[in-house]
Write a protein that binds this ligand. Sequence first.
Ligand code: SAM
Length: 332
Amino acid sequence: MVNDRLGRPLRDLRISITDRCNFRCVYCMPKEVFGRDYEFLPRSDLLSFEEITRLARAFAANGVEKIRITGGEPLVRRDVERLVDRLAAIEGLDLTLTTNGSLLAAKAGALHDAGLRRVTVSLDSLDDATFRAMNDVDFPVTRVLEGIEAAAAAGLPVKVNVVLKRGVNDDGIVELARYFRGTGHVLRFIEYMDVGHTNGWRMDDVVPAAEVVRTIGAEFPLEPVEPAYRGEVARRWRYADGAGEIGAIASVTEPFCGDCTRARLSADGKLYTCLFAVRGHDLRALVRSNATDLDLREAISAVWSRRTDRYSELRTAETVALPKVEMSYIGG
Ligand code: SAM
């Protein structure tokens, strides 16, 4: 186990397995930037499944208990279930994946059979026109809902993540709550963050988590639920009538850097110790040299033990303007 300079252990790892996505969500990969001419990482730059697995083992040896496969859109990477199969073989690991759901209906069974434990699906609106406008590739909401149902039918517990942007989809909060109440799928609302530098983020666009909880609570009374573990980013509430629970992730209005135990590995093998970091540490160079497993483990431990990041607690008008890497690259 390794602690950083602020006493935070390394517990979670998000692995971006591709910087590509089949959606162009306006707040994440806007078309004006990620258009036809955008140069994604060449294939040879991406970590292979073998390299990812080797690094994942080195992270696990440093105390990582939970791995989330993400991207870009992880299901656009060919044979992703083969990676799941390899990672699921690492003992004691909680393995999950975040997806936009577009390819989930086709993949859910294979992912489950390969050893995936659960899945998080991003879904920003139930209103078809709003959803199509937000993903900006005219993708219909019904196909994502089918993906969610396929995942549940395959035996994967589902969380549904909603990013709210003021004036865009915040009129659909209660409709989402009503739809997912009683299904067993946990709905979670995430505050829109100033990640990357392409989405033109403004504080006015953020819908505070407290407002979401008030809005839902006015329709369906809610009671707070105790956090399950240190570093749990979502504050949890349960419906008073027993119809399940919701989560709210107040990354902007109530930052939780003090409890952040999360590292990120980009698709080309750089280790980032904060979502808002500017620079990563090149682990791919090590993996592609003669490094031993012990060398990898020590390199990770050395980076983590120097970590002091707490961007969201220090966020000001000035930090918002700082250069940052894109979420599609670093892994959301
Ligand atoms: N493609 C997958 C998906 O859609 O879930 C995985 C990658 S995506 C970058 C992961 C999550 O980050 C999604 O739920 C997305 O809505 C969220 N996200 C992207 N940009 C964001 C931002 N600026 N603020 C908050 N969440 C954001």
